[in-house]
Write a protein that binds this ligand. Sequence first.
Ligand code: GLN
Length: 536
Amino acid sequence: MPKYVFITGGVLSGLGKGVVTASTGLLLKSMGYSVTAIKIDPYVNVDAGTMNPYMHGEIFVTEDGGETDLDIGHYERFLGIDLTKKHNITTGRIFYSVITKERRGEYLGKCVQIIPHVTDEIKKSIKEIVRESGSDIGLVEIGGTVGDIESLPFLEAIRQMRIEEGVENTLYIHVALSPVISTGEQKTKPVQHSVNELRRIGIQPDIIIVRSSRELEEENRAKIALYANLPPQAVFSDPDVDTIYRVPLLLHGRGYTRYLANKLKLEYREPDLSRWKEFVDRFAHANKVIKIAMIGKYTRIRDSYLSIVEALKHSGAWNNVRIELEWFEATDIENRRLHLEDILYYDGAVILPGFGRRGSEGKIEAIRILREHDKPVLGICFGMELMVVEFARNVIGLTRANSSELDPNTPYPVVDLIPSQRGIREFGGTMRLGSYPIRVIKNTEAWRIYGREIVYERHRHRYVINPSYIDLLESNGLKISGWSLEENYPEFIEIENYKSIYFGTQAHPEFKSRPLEPSPVYMYFVKKILETKKVL
Ligand code: GLN
């Protein structure tokens, strides 16, 4: 019988609840238990795929093509496992299946209600996912903040699960903020209020994790414990640290793992965190620095490109280098609010993924100057598509070349809709999504990156390099170094005889990068930058 750990959040969102969940999972896993994780997002969208990164941060993509919340990315990175689209439950998804059942007549004769029909559906989904994964423990994080109207049915469902599954098989962890105000005082009232709100709903937390800009003061721990009806040992301090990857080490150092084991009636086994610790040490003590220009259009919200940032951190740590990122807003390049030449001061650039016309000409300008100066460039998906457009325009001379996504009337659609995408009218979940095999061409950068003929990476796109331009591109020096196995779409591009590295990928290798298993693409990119720096 699996055990369930529920994580709720109080005071405000964006506290790092996902990181606490992922860290808890890592610690349980490091004791030798098998763990899976579920993210509940109480919004009505069926999945995150139709949301703007401005609203939601990055859309994470799973192996099976789920477009999920970015916390699924945290879980995969900390736990080192692949999750599926099912692991992200939303109000939209729950209602969708309840309403489908109602139409099919499965509730015939009944009045269908939030309690019990919707809450039953929630419990059923949670249990099914954990059971199917065969895990000893299922972590369930409830997105948003306690007190939100949307999350009420989910909180009610997890409240009921304690009765059904038993006290020793369920654990409630509440993560809340203790702000430090301008006088320097650390305040506990918001934590108390959020715990009260949770208890009003019927959930007594077993553990409270207090986020704060600094260590929780002893006096405050006692105060929170008292008001929350808990012993002080159940209240853990989780201050801001240099990297999110330190959080599990920090919590473990405070007796959190033992406390979890005790509460869940699990045999305590000393977790082996040595590799994890090595990664964090390398990250913190890297003795070299490189600076990378990040060129995109959602640059004001850094979470929009979270997996790319994390992939760079992973590769940086294992290459002994601290990577400093500078964000370039592509629309600012277009309006000349930004000096294009500034990009050349950086050791390399990532052309970020994206959609739509806004900012695309700025990105193309940036690609041109980087290419002309033989700067290290890595283009991800849309970034790679624009590398092809730039090459077609400025090397081959097809002046108005474009992607038909950006200019449907371009005379040279060097990037065009995937034929199977024609006729698709619905937006939700209809892109080419998830993991697909790629055939790597020998004697190329791609081969040096992967060293294997067939590799799998995750995708999220509707457009590809137009097959009718491939001969022209290749005869001018833009090599296609990877092909999709099923349809022969170009997957990787590079420029032959480039002085540093110029690599573009239709796929998103960042989604598979993990601290203990960094993405080969990002590893190679960082290595190449280091080599180039030495030469120049
Ligand atoms: N908009 C482009 C496409 O659909 C690129 C998508 C992306 O960068 N993920 O092909």
